[in-house]
Write a protein that binds this ligand. Structure first.
Ligand code: ZN
Length: 113
């Protein structure tokens, strides 16, 4: 088996599938593919921890959404509310954006590798 064939299979092994004998043999002799495999494993671990990360919504968000009067246009009411409580929402949005940026960075590294 050649390196490109082995590397194509690597993501499946990180997800828990058993490598074939040919792949195991190749990995035992090819340092480059072993390193690639280790990179996949560390990325999978990092992405797994991102998936389980939760972000608390700004306090009062649920109450505020429920309290929006139905006779007012919902979008307009949300805009008014967000304008009034801008600082809290910007804080919450910054946390969400930071998480997304981290995921994109990892993804880019995965593609570039
Ligand atoms: Zn190789």
């Amino acid at each position: 088996m050649k390196c490109p064939e082995v590397r194509e299979e690597l993501p499946a092994y990180v997800r828990g599938e058993q490598p074939t004998l040919a792949v195991r043999r190749h990995l035992s002799t090819c340092e480059g593919c072993r390193e690639e495999s280790a990179r996949y494993e560390s990325l999978a671990g990092a992405l797994g921890s991102l998936q389980s990360m939760t972000v608390e919504p700004p306090s009062g968000l649920k109450h505020a959404l429920v309290a929006i009067p139905s006779n007012q246009g919902r979008l307009g009411a949300v805009r008014t509310h967000v304008t009034r409580h801008r600082r809290r929402y910007v804080g919450g949005a910054a946390v969400a954006v930071a998480g997304t940026a981290g995921a994109l960075l990892l993804r880019r590294r995965l593609v570039a590798a």
